[in-house]
Ligand binder design. Sequence first.
Ligand code: SAM
Ligand code: SF4
Length: 273
Amino acid sequence: MDQSNLTVYVNIPFCNSKCHFCRYVAPIDTASLVDQADRYAEYVAALKRQIAHFLPRVTEAGRRVSTIYFGGGTPTALAAEELADLLHTIHEHTAGTCDGASVTVETTPENVPGYDFTALRRAGFNRVSMGAQSMEDQRLQMIGRSHRSKQVNEAVDLLIGSGFTNINVDLMFGMPNETEEELVGNLEKGIALGVNHYSIYIYEPDPRTVMARLCETPYTRLELEEKCRLVQDFMRRAGFENYNVFYFTSDGLRCDCDDVYYTLAGDWVGFGA
Ligand SMILES: C[S@@+](CC[C@H](N)C(=O)[O-])C[C@H]1O[C@@H](n2cnc3c(N)ncnc32)[C@H](O)[C@@H]1O
Ligand code: SF4
């Protein structure tokens, strides 16, 4: 990656519910994470001020914005118009250096029905990253997800229907009491979704989370290495290219944002919480 490339990360620290395993929102108390709709406008206005102040100072040094990533939390807790407004603010303050950028928004399956993804496409978002975590309902219930596997399938269909072709699905493995049968079934049902990119994370017990407090650290290093090998072999056999340990692409389209984190190629600037 060219060193003059810049990744712009925008954090939206809200969700509709708090999952038992989530290390991203672990320090945020549940009341401040969910049911914050009356504070969204205030947060969006503050983000816009921050972007307008700092972004021109970063891009005037000759950097080109190659990747824009709206992550969370769950960015689609905000309305499509609010996300479009934020993306517009980024465009306004980068003097045309965003052309051709990959623009991702994270979402969850239960957020997708009824959400105006077509408006996000029109605004310039061209990639969606959705957390499924598992395709097994019992596991989804155990980890505190508010969707079930049927909703993951429906959400992918809706995203494709609204014009998105570049879609990532997050899955997790190595959670407590996971059998090989569960892991393989999960991968099979995951790839049956037919999207072009998967991020398949090893569960990392974060001591600040409910799940880590209630369950013992599940596996030895050796057992985890075996699970990693199983995942990588399975995905390669299914035709996916593996990069940066956890990422799998079927069409060569990578998540540049993750390349920046893992290879330290290029710079990034983050806005928000
Ligand atoms: C910001 S969240 C994803 C977006 C969205 N809020 C969702 O849950 O669908 C990023 C991803 O990090 C992963 N993740 C969160 N906590 C983790 C943990 N303790 N260990 C491993 N992966 C974790 C999950 O796969 C999750 O989808
Ligand atoms: S996994 Fe996603 S929806 Fe669940 S608490 Fe974390 S950011 Fe929110």
